[in-house]
Each structure stands twice: as C-alpha cells, then as structure tokens.
Design a protein around this ligand. Structure first.
Ligand code: NAG
Ligand code: NAG
Ligand code: NAG
Ligand code: NAG
Ligand code: NAG
Ligand code: NAG
Length: 545
C-alpha cells in the first residue's frame, strides 16, 4: 500500500542496521546515507503514537530518541511502600467517547471513577467547614461557573475576543471573600489548570468543550499496578519488539540543525543522527528553556508562539501512614489563609483500598519553591498542615513518601500546558506549524484537548498526516513557508478593520487569510474610536517596518 517509500525505507533501514553504532552523518562529509527518514524526539504518548501511526502506514524508517531511560514521558508511575502510584499524569480526563478511554479499555487499564463530590473541608483551626463550602458553592461559585461556561460557548460562537476566566466569574457574580471561598475557586480552577483564573484564557479553556464533545463530565483515576504508562508501553509493543534499535533510550538531544540537505540531531554524548524529517515532542517548558539549540534559530513567529504559551507546574506529593487518621472522603480540602499551600488532598485509600496513602497537590510558583527543598523539609511542612487540619487527632510521621519533581527535571520542566488569555488561534496555528521539515506535536498542540493526554495522542495523529504529505510529494516541503502572522483573530471586528490586504515586503502585516465577510456590524461610537486608533497603530507599524 505504501509503495516506493516503504521499499526505500526498508532498504535504508537494512543498510543502517548493519552498523547500529553508525554515528557518521552528512556533517562529516558529503551526504550519503541518512540514519532515518524520520527522527522522533521523545518517547512519550506523542512520540510513541506517531511512530506507531507511521509504522501502520508503512513508514518504518524512523528512529525514536528518548532522553530518559524509559518510555511514557510525563506518564510515569512510581512506588510508595508496596504500592504503585502515578507520579505524573494520574487521570483520564473525560470518559464517554474520549479516544484515551478507548485505549485504556483496549489495554485493560484499571481505573475508577473520580468522585469530586465526595469531599470534606477543614479550616485553619481544624473545624469542619464542609457545609459552609457546599453552601457557598451552591449559591455563588456554582452559578458563576455555569455563567462562565455559557459565556465561553456564546463568545466562541460569535468570535468574541479573549477574556480571562476571572472576568467571566466576576460577570457571573463570583467575588471570593474568605478562605473557604478561595478554596472553592482553587479546587475548581487552579486544581484543573494549575494556574489561577486571572491567567487562564476564558475563550480557549476548551476543557468543557472537550467534555461536552465526549458526552461526559466524568474523570477517571488510574489505579493500575502496571502504571498508567502501561498504555504507552502497550502501544509501543504493538509495532516494535524489545531490543529494536529504532528506540534509543538515554539519548538527550542538545542540537537540531536544519540545512538544505536534511536535518542533523546531536545528543549530549555528541552522537549525531541525520534524517529528512524530525518530529519534536518536547514539552512547551523544554522548548521555552532553550534546552535544545536549533540551528538556524527558530524564526520569530515560532519563538513567539512557543514563549507566549505556558508550562503549568503541578506537584503531587505522596505520603503513606501506618494508621489512617483522616476523614473518609475521596477529597479532603484545607481552607487555609495561605492559598495554594497543601489545600487539596486526594485520599488514595479510596482508589487503592488499604494503602493508607494521601496525595497532596500544589501548583504554580509554590512548586518551584518546594522543588528546591529537601524531601524531609517538604514532608515536615506538609505534616504541620495535616496536624493543623487534624488538631484533634494524632498525626504521626509517615512510613513512606514519594515526591516526583517535574519542574526541575530538564527533560520535562513542568506538568502540562496552559492557554494564557489573549493567545490567539493564529498564534496557536504557528505553535503547531512545522519549521521546514522540523515538525512539532505534543500535549500542548491540540486546540480542543490541550493539557490532557488525549491531546498528545491526537496531535500525533495530526502531525503524521502532515509528515506523510511531505513524504508523498518530495519537494513539497522543501521551502519553508512562513505562516501568516495575524495580529488579531479573524472575527467580525477584524474583518471590518482589515478588509483590504495590507502586506509589506516580507508579509509581516498580511491579513489575507482573513476572509472578508459581508456581515454588517453595529459598533458603538467608542468602539469606532478604538478601532481607528488600532488601524492607525497598525498602519504605522507597517510603515516603520
Ligand atoms: C566515520 O567517518 C570516519 C572519517 O570520515 C571514518 O574513519 C570512520 O570509519 C567512519 N565510521 C563509521 C562507523 O562509518
Ligand atoms: C484485565 O484485567 C483484569 C484485572 O485488572 C483481569 O482480571 C483480566 O483478566 C484482564 N483481561 C485481559 C484481557 O487481560
Ligand atoms: C448543594 O447542591 C447539591 C446538588 O444540587 C445538593 O446535593 C446539596 O445538598 C447542596 N448543598 C447545600 C449545603 O445546599
Ligand atoms: C446562556 O447564554 C445564552 C445567550 O447566549 C442565554 O440566552 C442563556 O440564558 C444563557 N444560559 C444561562 C444558563 O446562563
Ligand atoms: C453525544 O450525545 C448526543 C445526544 O445524545 C449525540 O447526538 C452525539 O452524537 C453524542 N456525541 C458523541 C461524540 O458521542
Ligand atoms: C563533537 O563531534 C564533532 C564532530 O562531529 C566535533 O567536531 C566536536 O569537537 C565534538 N565535540 C565534543 C564536545 O566532543
């Protein structure tokens, strides 16, 4: 089915495998034979899905380079006592028709429904304030949250510009006034996005749309002894056997050089790999941190798209006790005067019965602070919180703990992505776009599921389609065409503003992807003035450039 490319791929591959240690590349002399047609950088859900999809389509001449000693990426189980818990991704977000659930079922992954509604709340003096929490949720936050979701839907339908979740909650009447209120907000917003409502895009917080599309509101907690990454390993095992040299672990990529002849990737050990195409699946945090040097440097449109998106930080600390002293709820919440300070406790004893394990979550800058501390210092802070929450009970030292650190790990630099307010769909297209024959995919690069594992999976399917187009039409992807840089999203307002193409020599101010609509507009006088100012600013910009 795959025809000549497959045949060539197989021949290439045979030549290469004869000398699996081959390190010479086009850099060291005239380009003769490349190491692979496609290099896949990273063996997480994205990299493995992409490789499997290529394999299934008949493209077998790929090499996967993975920086760590395992596959799975940010899906990574870890041990505490005799139990396996999830150090990274821990949930299947959205059940229903979520493709991730299909995979989980196919590989017989074990999971249980997450019962967010089964919670108890204690405050800074150890008082049970669960009722106060529920009343404030029902009468104030809940309605505002509904308003926000509805406003998002409506705004997208009529192409409103972006707003923050905070502004929508305020419009919906939510004004937090107490530690309990802060906790309600934290549990519903920060615990999902790992960012506060003020810095999350209201328009693109597609999380709800993703759930709606899958006809579900459910989350599932993975509690499989093989770990959540069993899914990735199983996908991997479907197309590649153990010891196959196409998967190379402990290969930390440091440089990606693109020339007319192809691409050369260099690792920390100064080993080089040459290929026609490269798929980069690093996290947005790794890309932002310049851990990998691109030569030539990535163009400004790409760097802007990368640096303006956000890497969210989330830390799960696991502690195991000899005796279970806590309330019998799935979630135990702490209404502290200090926001984001060991507020959300997930009772793992519910998902792994008998384990006597608690998981506590912290997000954002607090993660940076904690990751700099020693394990024992973190445990001591966390214990003093538990002793405040349970001042009426004995909280002894834990018998085991496990503290995964994602932020300080240079291979990951955080947990998952966040869409910040004002980040446009056009910039997002630039985030997804290839640069020449360097392709990008990952958890951050699916518009409707970003932040979730299904996004990694779906982005891999999409990017393989793009790569395949290049493979099918040799030459088609030789020219690096720069995506259009639109300064405003294409909506009724911008259509009106930029009805004519305004393009300078390098296309900087081109808006020709913005189809002119004939729909009439009724703008307020204030808005007209605002628009005029924008147009003037815009024309000046074109002129100066
Ligand atoms: C790599 O190139 C060098 C010099 O060009 C040559 O001596 C060596 O044999 C080559 N190694 C392999 C594995 O091809
Ligand atoms: C799926 O897992 C369950 C236990 O989690 C086991 O009883 C069952 O045999 C497994 N089925 C398959 C097909 O592996
Ligand atoms: C809040 O609303 C939920 C769902 O409608 C209801 O079950 C619960 O009893 C309410 N709680 C309070 C304290 O009003
Ligand atoms: C949702 O928004 C629509 C307008 O787009 C409005 O008619 C409807 O009443 C809103 N629903 C709620 C529950 O706020
Ligand atoms: C969700 O449910 C609606 C109505 O029950 C149905 O029409 C739609 O096809 C479902 N969507 C998916 C993705 O299953
Ligand atoms: C890495 O290899 C290149 C040749 O491929 C060589 O020029 C360079 O000096 C090496 N760098 C280090 C740090 O070994």
């Amino acid at each position: 089915m795959a025809g000549p490319v497959f045949v060539i791929a197989v021949i290439c591959w045979s030549l290469i495998t004869i000398s699996s240690q081959q390190q010479n590349t086009s850099q060291n002399g005239p380009a003769t034979q490349k190491d692979a047609t496609i290099l896949i950088l990273g063996a997480g859900m994205t990299g493995i899905t992409a490789a499997k999809t290529l394999h299934d389509k008949g493209y077998r001449n790929f090499i996967i380079l993975e920086g760590s000693n395992r596959i799975g990426g940010r899906i990574s189980e870890t041990q505490i006592g005799n139990y396996i818990v999830e150090g990274g991704a821990a949930w299947i977000h959205g059940s229903g028709t979520n493709p991730l659930l299909t995979l989980a079922k196919r590989f017989n992954l074990s999971y249980v429904a997450t019962h967010y509604e089964d919670y108890g709340v204690r405050d800074g003096s150890g008082r049970d304030v669960t009722d106060e929490f529920a009343i404030r949720y029902n009468t104030s936050f809940g309605p505002a949250f509904k308003y926000f979701k509805n406003y998002t839907k409506e705004s997208r339908a009529i192409s409103r510009t972006d707003f923050t979740i905070r502004s929508a909650l305020l419009m919906g009447g939510w004004r937090p006034q107490s530690a309990v209120d802060d906790l309600i907000e934290f549990f519903n917003i920060d615990f999902s996005y790992a960012y506060a409502a003020d810095v999350v895009s209201g328009l693109h917080a597609y999380i709800y749309e993703a759930y709606d599309a899958y006809n579900t509101t459910d989350d599932l907690t993975v509690n499989d002894v093989r770990g959540y990454s069993h899914i990735v390993r199983s996908l991997h095992a479907e197309f590649i056997s153990d010891g196959d040299q196409r998967l190379r672990l402990n290969e930390v990529v440091t440089d990606i050089e693109q020339t007319d002849e192809g691409i050369v990737v260099r690792t920390k050990d100064n080993v080089t790999y040459s290929a026609d195409h490269v798929l980069v699946t690093f996290s947005i945090g790794v890309l932002q941190n310049n851990d990998v040097r691109f030569s030539p440097p990535l163009p400004a449109w790409k760097r802007e798209a990368i640096h303006q998106f956000q890497q969210a930080l989330l830390m799960h600390v696991y502690v195991q006790f000899a005796e279970k002293f806590w309330d019998d709820h799935e979630f135990i919440l702490y209404a502290s005067e200090r926001r984001n300070y060991f507020n959300i406790w997930h009772n793992i004893d519910k998902t792994l019965p008998g384990s006597k394990i608690l998981q506590v979550s912290v997000v954002g800058d607090e993660v940076k602070r904690l990751e700099r501390l020693k394990d024992t210092e973190i445990i001591s802070e966390l214990l003093s919180v538990l002793r405040t929450m349970y001042s009426d009970r004995t909280v002894s030292e834990p018998i085991a703990y496990n503290i995964p650190r994602w932020y300080s790990n240079p291979l990951f630099r955080g947990a998952f992505s966040n869409w910040p307010p004002g980040y446009t769909i056009n910039t997002f297209s630039n985030l997804q776009a290839p640069v020449g024959k360097i392709f990008f995919a990952g958890e951050y690069s699916d518009r409707f599921n970003y932040g979730y594992i299904q996004a990694a999976y779906l982005s891999a399917l999409r990017v393989v389609d793009n790569i395949e187009e290049c493979l099918r039409k040799p030459g088609a992807c030789d020219v690096t065409t720069r995506p259009k840089e639109n300064y405003h999203e294409c909506n009724d307002h911008t259509r009106q503003m930029y009805s004519a193409n305004q393009e300078d020599e390098d296309g900087t101010c081109s808006f020709d992807e913005c189809p002119v609509s004939s729909s009439s507009l009724h703008l307020s006088p204030d808005f007209d003035i605002f628009i005029s100012k924008l147009v003037i600013a815009f024309l000046l910009r074109c002129f100066i450039l």
